[in-house]
Design a protein around this ligand. Structure first.
Ligand code: ZN
Length: 311
């Protein structure tokens, strides 16, 4: 899909500007925001520390979660199900207060690594590093890739990592009609469900470009729009050192880091990943999935910037 890749590389430039502008909005809003953490959030935090989706605390991580799930079963009352329920509830709560996010609350030293544009031939190598290092991550996948690489998506799920929705054909959503946007989301959620995986509850619009229709179509299907505040620019293939530097220099508490496991040759991303993981941990960050981040350290209400295209 070289055309797909070219498209990605051209358009993410404007996305970067958009996200930077959003980050400024967010900082301004943060200054005025009054953070209120309800009892539910504290309860979530307490329960969450017992389970995976994070790599710190009690040593829980997704590999551990997968083993736990196998050992304890995944039926009613299992730890695996309890963890999933806590995280899914956190996503629902977030959607209710802000249907799109760029980062977590920033109250805990947690960072969420995210991988876009898979599944691809490179996904298993990314996955092998994450599993080797017991580092959770979230995968925003393109539905059109499943016919070729669906098995690699299954492996992501089996490893305990969330499979999220990144549209069917990687279009600029803002160029599509509302029904077309709905179809992009619907088809991809469908192929994910066809793997026997619950319908995704996270959606990332390609290029970070979205409008009110995108948000509405996403919310309607129970999906939170997830952007990012740290772009490693790995799609530009700037060299592994530059990817590592971008991640480590920009990540702060609550950051959502954008990387890619598809959409082109991801050799540099794969070369950088072990150092990104080790470097973030050396700075004291705990790696978590996006749902875990929302459960442990939700964005504060009223803090999220207005959607692109709304103004
Ligand atoms: Zn993408």
């Amino acid at each position: 899909m070289s055309g797909h890749n070219d498209h990605v590389e051209g358009d993410d430039r404007s996305t970067r500007l958009t996200v930077s502008r959003e980050a400024v909005h967010q900082r301004r809003r943060r200054a005025a925001a009054v953070g209120v953490l309800g009892g539910a959030a504290l309860l979530v935090w307490g329960i969450g520390s017992l389970f995976a989706g994070s790599d710190g605390g009690g040593g829980g991580h997704s590999g551990f979660a997968a083993r736990l799930a196998r050992a304890g079963g995944s039926g009613e009352g299992s730890l695996y199900l309890a963890r999933t329920r806590v995280e899914n509830d956190a996503v629902k709560r977030t959607i209710a207060t802000s249907p799109y996010i760029v980062r977590g609350g920033g109250e805990r030293k947690q960072v969420a690594l995210t991988f876009d544009d898979g599944p691809s031939e490179f996904t298993p190598r990314v996955l092998a590093i994450l599993e080797e290092k017991a580092a959770p991550a979230t995968f925003f996948t393109v539905g059109g890739m499943y016919s070729t690489y669906g098995a690699n998506a299954s492996r992501v799920h089996s490893a305990g990592f969330p499979l999220a929705n990144h549209s069917w054909s990687h279009p600029q959503m803002t160029a599509l009609s509302t029904p077309e946007q709905g179809s992009e989301l619907e088809r991809t959620s469908g192929v994910i469900e066809n793997l026997g995986v619950p319908a995704p509850n996270l959606f990332r619009p390609p290029y970070g470009a979205y409008n009110q229709a995108s948000v509405a179509q996403s919310s309607k299907r129970g999906m939170l729009v997830v952007l990012w505040d740290v772009d490693t620019l790995d799609w530009e293939r700037p060299g592994a050192d530059a990817i590592v530097e971008a991640a480590l220099s920009q990540a702060r508490s609550g950051s959502i880091v954008l990387m890619h496991d598809g959409g082109g040759d991801r050799t540099e991303t794969i070369a950088a990943l072990p150092r990104v993981i080790d470097g973030l941990r050396a700075k004291g960050f705990q790696l978590v999935t996006v749902p875990r981040l929302l459960a442990d350290d939700p964005p504060r209400p009223g803090e999220t910037p207005p959607p692109v295209g709304q103004a």
